[in-house]
Design a protein around this ligand. Structure first.
Ligand code: NAD
Length: 293
């Protein structure tokens, strides 16, 4: 069993992004600039956004964090997005999800300029991805693809089982693993909360991507020998031994499943770190495209 190490791969991606951004600047172009919008105060979202901003600094990007009150009207967020769309200096815009109930998430995502859609959630980005055209790939699936590539994991002709069909993880990774390139060319089965025979399906999988948000859901009896297991889950579980009062748990029962796998991602230290690296790569690409047009 080998660990797919998010620390190692994300650092390699970040080093490459840092170097490419420096070269872009040397050639007379601008510094990549990511604008993040955070609405309300939510522990997990705060942590994610803080980490994204910190990582921007690490690779020499400019970042702007816009904080808005949880009770704002939708129009305030719309105005914020429009300003960021019009701001020549901003290359990438991300709106941290989830948004408060009074705000229509799909409407907000649809307002982001597709040229700045570094989260890859805009319908234009998704449509292009489905058609295999160059575009921004949602950060978590993109990070998973980079990880598979880094470790030269064979995907062609493999049966990939995805647990979860969300717009941000399950569905896009199912499309990417199914496309005619590397990593890809898998036969993909997408499972969800209404899938009755999940265990039988998982037992046929060469590659499993667990993205359902249920800690320890995937157990050893659901995994065949030598499978590749990618754990996307991030759930905060109360843990009084931790200073924060919680531990981060993945969707895979790591202790039970790992000995059966050829490769497995840990949580923490796996896909989560890749998500941020992929976001930085998307932001760099947004700047590059702008600079060369
Ligand atoms: P979501 O709640 O939007 O979707 C969960 C999906 O899992 C749904 O499609 C649902 O049908 C399916 N599901 C739920 N229970 C199931 C069951 N018992 N059997 C089969 N399928 C079931 O979640 P999401 O936004 O895709 O996130 C999933 C997990 O990944 C969460 O823990 C989230 O925190 C984590 N996440 C991690 C990263 C990262 O960077 N590592 C990024 C995004 C999300």
């Amino acid at each position: 069993m080998e660990i797919l190490d998010g620390k190692v791969v994300s650092q390699a991606v970040k080093d490459s992004v840092k170097e490419k951004a420096a070269q872009l600047k040397e050639a007379g172009n601008k510094t990549p600039h990511l604008a993040a919008v955070l609405v309300g105060v939510d522990g997990a979202s705060e942590t994610y956004v803080a980490s994204k901003v910190k990582n921007c600094e690490e690779v020499g990007f400019k970042s702007t964090l816009i904080r808005l009150d949880a009770n704002i009207e939708e129009s305030v967020l719309i105005e914020t997005i429009e300003k960021l769309n019009a701001d020549e200096d901003v290359d990438g815009i991300l709106v941290q999800l989830p948004l408060p109930k009074q705000i229509n998430e799909a409407k907000i995502i649809g307002l982001i300029d597709p040229a700045k859609d570094v989260d890859g959630f805009h319908p234009v980005s998704i449509g292009k991805m489905v058609q295999g055209l160059p575009t921004f790939i949602p950060a978590t699936p993109y990070g998973i693809m980079m990880m598979l590539e880094h470790y030269n994991i064979e995907t062609k002709g493999k049966h990939a089982v995805i647990i979860g069909r969300s717009n941000i993880v399950g569905r896009p990774i199912s499309i990417l693993l199914n496309r005619n390139s590397y990593p890809g060319n898998c036969t993909v089965t997408v499972c969800h909360s209404h899938t009755p025979n999940l265990k039988e399906i998982c037992l046929q999988a060469d590659i499993i991507v667990a993205a359902l948000g249920k800690p320890g859901f995937l157990t050893a009896d659901m995994v065949k020998e030598n499978a590749v297991v990618v754990d996307v889950g991030i759930t905060r579980v109360a843990d009084s031994t931790k200073k924060s009062g919680f531990a981060i748990k993945g969707d895979v029962d790591f202790a039970g499943v790992a000995p059966k796998c050829s490769y497995i991602t840990p949580v923490p230290g796996g896909v989560g770190l890749m998500t941020i690296a992929a976001l930085l790569m998307n932001t760099y690409n947004a700047t590059l495209i702008k600079s060369t047009h």
